[in-house]
Structure formats: structure tokens, C-alpha cells
Design a protein around this ligand. Structure first.
Ligand code: AMP
Ligand code: ZN
Length: 732
């Protein structure tokens, strides 16, 4: 069957279920519905294409879920609804791998690879060797067993012989199929190996969140992936978006029950488990290679089999090469493009491709002789920790920044590195004068991995955290549940400057041509001392400054003038009240008619508002109880800023009139604020949280808890950005 016909057949089934608003009539029908869902999961997670919309997928999913709820006896463990498991309150069980997980021998340059090639040929009786080269994923290794096509167990590597049973967590890895058609190859049970990784993007988001919660970030995606796999809460594992890459088959048994473990090379002896081609293969949700039922006899063939069964194996990244020169080329190619990959790799793995030859080469007690890792140049370097500077941010947070002897790491020179907070310094055991290991993972900001205590001479000094603000000298405070020390003097110069920078920034008052540099310069020259000062700038003096021509002064004056009519929520956000981000600012702006109305609200009253907890409420309360802040706002109003909410700009008669909207995740085409403005222009209203009042949730990439919440309210329509644009086009 061609791909096309195959897809058509599944789409027909899909449409059948989408049309029939009924639930499955029997367990057999439920299984068909499951297959439809599996087909779309495969399209989405494996082939990166969506053949139906998210809401349509959700409808199918809910249909199945409802039926399974009514028929609990007929729920199968491989059902697409069964990814979510219960939290664990005990230790992970220890399990024994069917075949030990070995490590790999290492090589670092071309000459190492030439040596290895020579030895391998000798061991293979001087015959030709074909190699398969693939990325060495930098994550946490995992071993997974499928029996009768169903995922039954996954384990961490542990000590190589035994690991932790993390099956519940592995089910949260969305590109790992819960069911895979190995039976097409005559396989009854199979143990496969791979690496669980967190993509660079997911890692960045994850670290940002850690830092927002006052926790130290992790040094690299590898640690993040390994830590996540061993979490007790599977739902949290799901949120962290791990991905699995599979690159090895370590054990296979045939359907006829003759088990063929292969303790020698970790690879099944393929001769014993060959099966004849079957003529008619069952309809599977995979697309290609129907009718294949031979277990491959090469490593690259195994990778293809894994891919065809729905796994992310390196078929597109691998290269099969008959000579070692081709191996070296491929290693160099990937070393050059490692920064462009969405995930971290720390080298390549070269494997003898023919499985019989692998057997022939065998293994030592530590590693197979038929494979070798080619390690890329380290992204780590060592340096000396010379000093620590303490920087004061907008909210008064004092951040220690390590000054190290400049060191080149993967093409970038690193001289200062944030070391976050006092707890972090303790945890990493950092001392002045220490030799430190510095790591840069891809584009991720550099981190100090550890200090090398072995190299201490006794002259190293403790890093003393200041008790007073390094800028204004007032005493520092720390809240009980936080790791961050803060200067709470609102007039602290460092904070004042940072606050002005924030006020003029893009998402706040958006004063173009007024950047961080200008704010600092004007402040140092005494031209600007606080936020109202922006509207009292002496342009005559500014025009005498170097770099300020007539035109640029006029541009600046215009931009400042225009900012006076910015909507209220931008001003609220621009004030930089702790814990008040853009969303909260918008919500607040909708609840008041004048900014100073907030002065009258108590903490309790604030907490009545959507999405406001005690922390946010007391921060807002504190801000508006401070007389200096009130004076500043009054002055801003006198200077011409609008602190009054503009009349609701709903467009009467617009087709979206009375409809409510909310956005979550990152949109790919539109800026969030523009997308919101478009809805408002068509008469729609933006809500600040998910509730039954919401009509539409528009979901971008990396959507979070709002989506989860919205899925539970059947009246909310969930749209992709595309669908949202269609809705607008249709309505205007
Ligand atoms: P090492 O820990 O440096 O000895 O390297 C061995 C580890 O590399 C294995 O245990 C795997 O977890 C990991 N690895 C990553 N990618 C691959 C790959 N393509 N083939 C084999 N091992 C890999
Ligand atoms: Zn200060």
C-alpha cells in the first residue's frame, strides 16, 4: 500500500469517529478508536505533521476516555489514555537489565580512529568492515522492554547491571510509543536502548522557571533529563517534555518462544531469528515498509526497524561508511553543526554495522570492541575564580557574579558567570582562588560546574556575602522561603536605574530610541533621576551630548511624547511591582477605572481577583501603600500620562462581540499583544484566566497549565494560531 492510500484509509476512520458523536459500542470498536488516536500520535510526534486539529484530537481522546471510564474492565495498558500514571510514594523498584548496559571506549581525534579501525580489522580476520556512525546523545540512558508489542518496562542504567524501574515516567515521554508493531518482525519481546534528552529549548524554559522560583538553575540538559526521569510525580515529568532517541537493540525473543539473549555482543544473533517474508502485513499506523518481517542483520537496519516501529532512531543522522575516512568526515560534519541541533550531543558513536561481525569482535568487561565513542572537543574549561561582584537588580535582588580568568570554551571567551545566590555558592563549595570547571552547553549561558577541591593550596578564601547593599549600603534582607538577598531601599540607585530601564522597555511603555545605554548615561550625567524624570528631560542639554544630532533628539522627544498615551496595563507592568507580569497587569487594568483605585484595595480584596495569590497580593498592596509611589504616580499624571483606563474599545456589531478570548504559549506568527488587539478590534474581550466564562483559548507552542485547565471545561473551544486567524478572517 502506498503512503497516500494508507493515510487516506486512516483519515476515513478518523472522519467516521469525528462524525459519529457516539461512543464505541464494544471493546473491539474501542480498540479501533485507540488505533486512530495512535495513528495521529505517530503522525504528530514521529513525523512532525498534524493531520487533524488539536481540538479534533481532543474530541477523539475524550470519546475514548469516557468509554473507558464506563468500561474500566476493558482499559488496556497501551491505550493512549494510559500515559498518565499515579505519583509514587515509595522508592523506585530495582530491576535487572536483560543484558548489562556497558559503557563505550573513547576516541578523541582522527588518529585514535585510525588505530581503532586497524585493530577492528585485525579482529575481524582482516576483512572489510562497514561502519555506522550516529550522534552520541547527551542525556540519560534508558532501557525499555516491549512484550507482544506493548511497552512493559523501562529502567535507568543504574550500575549497568541493575537500574531503577521508571516505567511510569517513561510513559510521559510523548515520542515514545506505548505500543509498537514488533510482531511484524516475528518479535515477541525486545529490549531496546536509548537516551532520554531535554531539548535545548525545553531546558532553557525549565531553567528560567527554576530561577523564577528562586532555585539555582541546572548546569546542562543532561542533568535536567536524568533528574526528571527519577521524579516521583509523573505529571511533572510530562510537563518537562522529555524526548527519547533509540539507538540499540540489546535483546530479542521470537514469537515461537525460543529466547535468544545474546550475552556476548548485546545484539541478538540474527541468523536464529530470521523469519520468512509474510505476504500480507496487518494495517499498522506506521507508514512505510509493509510486509517486512525479517529482523535486520545490520545495525543500520535495526535503526530503520526502530524508526518504522515508531521510534525516534537516528536514521536521518546516521551514515554508513565502508572506510574509516568516511567515518572521520561524518564526525567532523557533526562537530561543526552540533550548535544547530535542537538537542545536545557530546560526540558521535561509531559502530561496526554487520551484526555477525559485531559478534566476532565481542567485548571486554567494560565495553564492546565493535563500537567506539568519538568525543567532541570539550565544552568545559578550567579557570581560576578571582573575585565576586555583587549586582543589584530592579527588585533589589543581589546577584553574585563570579569573575574568572578569561577562558575560551567552544569558541567563546567567558570571563564572568552568574553564581545566582548564597545557597548555590555553598552547594558548589566555591571559594575565592579556587580552580573551577566551567561549562557551556550549546547556546546556554555558562555555568560553574564545580570547584576542584583537590587543587586547593589552603590560601583560598571564603566568599563573603555582603550584609549591606553594595550600591546604597542599606541592610539586606532575605525572606524565609527564598535564597535571594535583597536591598529593600526603594531609592537605591542601582534599583532606580534598573526600574527606569524597565519602564521604557518594549513590553512596558515601549519608548523607542530610549534604551538601557541612554538611561545609564543620562542617569550618570544627572539628566535623569527617576521615572517622572523621563518626561522632564532637558533636550537642549541632550543635544549638546556627543552622538545626539538634531534628528535623534527629535526622535527621542517624539517617542517619549507618544508613550504618554500608552494603555494603562503597560504603565502598571512598567512600574515593575514584584510578581506583577504582563498578564497580571492586564487583569488589574480591567478591574479598575483609575490606577490609584488600587490604593484602596486590601490584600484580601486583591486576592479575590483572578489568579492572584497571597504573594502577588501583598506585593501590590505594599507598592500602593508606599506614599512615595503614590506621589510618583500623581506626578506622572500631571506630566500627561493616562492613568485612567480607556473606555472599552469593543467594536459594536463586530462578529466576535461578546466572545471571550485567552492566549497561552508562544504564537509563531503573531505577537501576543497584537493577537489580543485583533480580537478586541473585532469586538472580543480578553480574559485573564481560564474559567467557564471563556469561549476561546488560543494555544501556541509550549502551552502550559491554562491548556490543561481549559480541556476540563467542555464549552471552551481550543484553537491553534492558524484556526484563530481563520476565525478572524471569517469574521471581519
Ligand atoms: P560513556 O558514558 O561516555 O561511556 O558513553 C556511553 C554512553 O553513551 C552510553 O551508555 C549511552 O548512554 C550513551 N549514548 C548516547 N548516544 C549513543 C549512541 N548513539 N549509541 C550508543 N550509546 C550512546
Ligand atoms: Zn541598595
Amino acid at each position: 500500500m502506498t503512503d497516500y492510500a494508507h493515510i487516506q484509509e486512516w483519515m476515513e476512520k478518523t472522519r467516521f469517529w469525528l462524525m459519529e458523536e457516539k461512543s464505541p459500542g464494544s471493546p473491539a470498536e474501542a480498540e479501533i478508536l485507540r488505533d486512530v488516536l495512535r495513528f495521529h500520535e505517530y503522525q504528530y510526534y514521529h513525523l512532525d505533521r498534524a493531520l487533524i486539529t488539536d481540538p479534533e484530537y481532543d474530541r477523539l481522546y475524550k470519546m475514548l476516555e469516557a468509554w473507558e471510564k464506563a468500561n474500566p474492565g476493558s482499559v488496556t495498558p497501551d491505550s493512549p489514555t494510559q500515559r498518565v500514571g499515579k505519583s509514587l510514594n515509595t522508592q523506585f523498584a530495582t530491576v535487572t537489565h536483560l543484558v548489562p548496559m556497558l559503557s563505550l571506549d573513547n576516541s578523541y581525534n582522527a588518529s585514535d580512529l585510525y588505530d581503532w579501525d586497524r585493530k577492528a580489522k585485525e579482529l575481524a580476520g582482516n576483512s572489510m568492515i562497514e561502519y555506522c556512525i550516529e550522534p552520541k546523545y547527551d542525556g540519560a540512558s534508558i532501557s525499555i522492554i516491549y512484550e507482544n508489542d506493548v511497552l512493559v518496562r523501562s529502567a535507568t542504567r543504574g550500575d549497568g547491571v541493575q537500574g531503577d524501574d521508571i516505567t511510569v515516567n517513561s510513559r510521559q515521554i510523548r515520542n515514545l510509543p506505548l505500543r509498537a508493531p514488533f510482531s511484524r518482525y516475528g518479535i515477541q519481546s525486545i529490549e531496546i536502548r536509548g537516551e532520554v534528552v531535554m531539548t535545548k529549548k525545553a531546558f532553557e524554559g525549565f531553567n528560567l522557571q527554576l530561577m523564577e522560583n528562586g532555585q539555582p538553575p541546572l548546569a546542562n540538559p543532561r542533568n535536567a533529563a536524568a533528574g526528571t526521569l527519577r521524579m516521583k510525580d509523573p505529571a511533572e515529568v510530562g510537563r518537562r517534555k522529555l524526548e527519547a532517541f533509540l539507538y540499540h537493540v540489546s535483546y530479542v525473543s521470537q514469537i515461537s518462544n525460543t529466547q535468544i539473549p545474546n550475552s556476548n555482543s548485546q545484539i541478538p544473533n540474527s541468523k536464529n531469528i530470521l523469519k520468512e517474508d509474510s505476504t500480507e502485513a496487518p494495517l499498522e499506523f506506521g507508514v512505510s515498509n509493509f510486509g517486512i518481517s525479517k529482523i535486520p542483520t545490520t545495525h543500520s537496519g535495526m535503526l530503520q526497524m526502530l524508526w518504522d516501529c515508531g521510534f525516534r532512531s537516528p536514521v536521518h543522522e546516521m551514515k554508513v561508511s565502508a572506510g574509516i575516512e568516511g567515518v572521520i568526515d561524518h564526525c567532523n560534519l557533526y562537530e561543526a553543526k552540533r550548535d544547530d541541533l535542537p538537542y545536545e550531543i557530546d560526540g558521535m558513536v561509531v559502530k561496526v554495522n554487520n551484526l555477525d561481525q559485531q559478534d566476532q569482535l565481542g567485548m571486554t568487561t567494560h565495553h564492546p570492541r565493535w563500537a567506539i565513542a568519538y568525543k567532541f572537543k570539550a565544552r568545559q574549561g578550567t579557570s581560576r575564580l578571582r573575585g565576586v561582584e555583587f549586582q543589584v537588580g530592579r527588585t533589589g535582588a543581589v546577584t553574585p557574579v563570579a569573575k574568572i580568568d578569561p577562558v575560551g570554551i567552544g569558541g567563546v571567551t567567558v570571563g564572568s558567570i552568574s553564581i545566582h545566590n548564597e545557597d548555590y555558592i555553598k552547594e558548589k563549595d566555591l571559594k575565592l582562588g579556587d580552580t573551577v570547571v566551567v561549562e557551556r552547553a550549546g547556546d546556554v549561558i555558562p555555568q560553574i560546574v564545580r570547584s576542584v577541591a583537590e587543587l586547593r593550596t589552603g590560601t583560598e578564601k571564603e566568599i563573603v556575602f555582603p550584609q549591606t547593599c553594595p550600591v546604597c549600603q542599606s541592610a539586606l534582607y532575605k525572606e524565609a522561603d527564598e535564597a535571594v538577598w535583597r536591598c529593600i531601599n526603594v531609592e537605591c540607585e542601582a534599583q532606580v536605574v534598573e526600574r527606569i530601564i524597565h519602564f521604557v522597555s518594549k513590553d512596558a511603555l515601549d519608548i523607542r530610541s530610549f534604551g538601557e545605554q541612554q538611561v545609564r548615561r543620562f542617569y550618570e550625567l544627572g539628566l535623569l533621576k527617576d521615572i517622572p524624570g523621563i518626561y522632564k528631560l532637558d533636550f537642549d542639554r541632550i543635544s549638546t551630548l556627543e552622538g545626539f544630532g538634531k534628528k535623534s533628539v527629535e526622535n527621542l522627544r517624539l517617542a517619549i511624547e507618544q508613550s504618554k498615551t500608552q494603555p494603562l496595563h503597560r504603565i502598571i507592568y512598567g512600574l515593575g511591582i514584584r510578581h506583577v507580569g504582563e498578564t497580571t497587569a492586564k487583569m488589574l487594568a480591567q478591574r479598575i477605572t483609575h490606577l490609584l483605585d488600587l490604593k484602596a484595595l486590601t490584600v484580601d480584596q486583591l486576592m479575590q481577583l483572578e489568579d492572584i495569590g497571597p504573594k502577588v497580593a501583598s506585593s501590590i498592596y505594599g507598592f500602593f501603600q508606599n506614599i512615595k509611589n503614590i506621589q510618583m504616580l500623581a506626578e506622572l499624571e500631571n506630566l500627561g500620562l493616562t492613568l485612567r483606563r480607556a473606555e472599552q474599545t469593543t467594536v459594536e456589531g463586530g462578529k466576535l462581540e461578546g466572545q471571550t478570548f485567552l492566549f497561552t504559549g508562544t504564537l509563531s506568527k503573531l505577537k501576543r499583544s497584537d493577537a489580543e488587539a485583533m480580537a478586541e478590534k473585532a469586538g472580543g474581550k480578553i480574559l485573564s484566566g481560564v474559567s467557564s466564562k471563556l469561549n476561546y483559548l488560543i494555544v501556541g507552542e509550549d502551552a502550559g497549565s491554562k491548556l490543561e485547565k481549559a480541556k476540563k471545561i467542555p464549552t471552551i473551544r481550543i484553537l491553534t494560531e492558524e484556526e484563530y486567524l481563520n476565525l478572524l478572517a471569517y469574521d471581519n
